[in-house]
Design a protein around this ligand. Structure first.
Ligand code: ADP
Ligand code: MG
Length: 251
């Protein structure tokens, strides 16, 4: 679809854990080809929102659509096939596998889009290898592919996660605190990677505490507090919003 139309729409989403209203009535649109960000203090419901829209966390109420299609009740395995890739707040890599094998796993997630009766042939394997190689190159991991995640710095492990998410050529990439635990240099590199992916037209939603970086990288910002959306707009408008400052700086 054309740039600027919504790729993802979330309508009155709520996720309650017993009495905890982790997400409590969030409605938002993600514009195609743009980088959107979510700011908010710890515990404001950002990760739960990402969990819900990737179907890992059951919803209490509400719905969401991707490319106009309601997928609020699909199985979690279907989400990757729809074209939604994600990374997690805490790195989830398999330490018995090499970097390359970890990225290959991301590709295998969507390999099921081949007709079930057709075995992977050499052309499929070549295409998969090429996709994995390209994802490793784009994330600056060429040369590291034979190492185990445990042998890499934390910043590089997060890159492996991003490689695993982009290897399936998603239409939407969700990143939960991609620069957490990184030094300034590593953060700048990730910011550059997000900008590169944006220039290739990849729609992104990023949860991140580094406000300066979010203002640099994002086209649009949302702010959450206590499970609710408290602001939505251009990055400069949102960071100047008194409600956002209060949520961050406290009472
Ligand atoms: P954020 O990512 O913005 O830091 P979270 O979405 O992780 O916030 O958490 C929002 C709220 O929901 C917090 O109060 C958290 O303790 C609670 N929460 C998150 N996941 C669960 C869960 N599985 N069970 C119970 N409470 C949860
Ligand atoms: Mg979180």
């Amino acid at each position: 679809g054309p740039e600027g139309t919504a790729v993802l729409t979330v309508d009155d989403l709520a996720v309650h854990f017993g009495g905890i209203k982790a997400v409590d009535g969030v409605t938002l649109d993600l514009a195609r080809g743009k980088v959107s960000g979510i700011l908010g203090p710890n515990g404001s419901g950002k990760s739960t929102l990402l969990g819900a829209i990737t179907r890992l966390t059951p919803l209490t109420r509400g719905s969401f659509r991707f490319e106009g299609q309601d997928y609020s009740h699909v199985r979690p395995e279907e989400v990757a096939k729809l074209g939604i890739g994600r990374t997690f707040q805490t790195v989830r890599l398999l330490d018995d596998l090499t970097v390359r094998e970890n990225v290959q796993l991301g590709h295998d997630l969507i390999a099921g889009s081949r007709p079930w009766w057709r075995r992977p042939d050499s052309a499929d394997r070549e295409a998969a290898d090429a996709a994995v190689t390209r994802a490793l190159e784009r994330t600056g991991l060429a040369g590291k592919e034979g190492l185990r995640p445990g042998q890499l710095s934390y910043g590089l492990q997060r890159r492996v996660e991003i490689a695993r998410a982009i290897v399936m050529s998603p239409k939407l990439l969700l990143l939960d605190e991609p620069t957490a635990g990184m030094n300034r240099f590593e953060r700048e590199e990730i910011g550059k990677l997000m900008s590169d992916l944006r220039s290739e037209g990849l729609t992104q939603l990023i949860v991140e505490h580094d406000v300066a970086m979010m203002v640099d990288v994002c086209d649009h910002l949302f702010a959450m507090n206590s499970g609710q959306l408290i602001a939505s707009g251009t990055p400069t408008d949102v960071v100047r919003d008194p409600a956002v400052r209060e949520a961050y700086l406290g009472k």
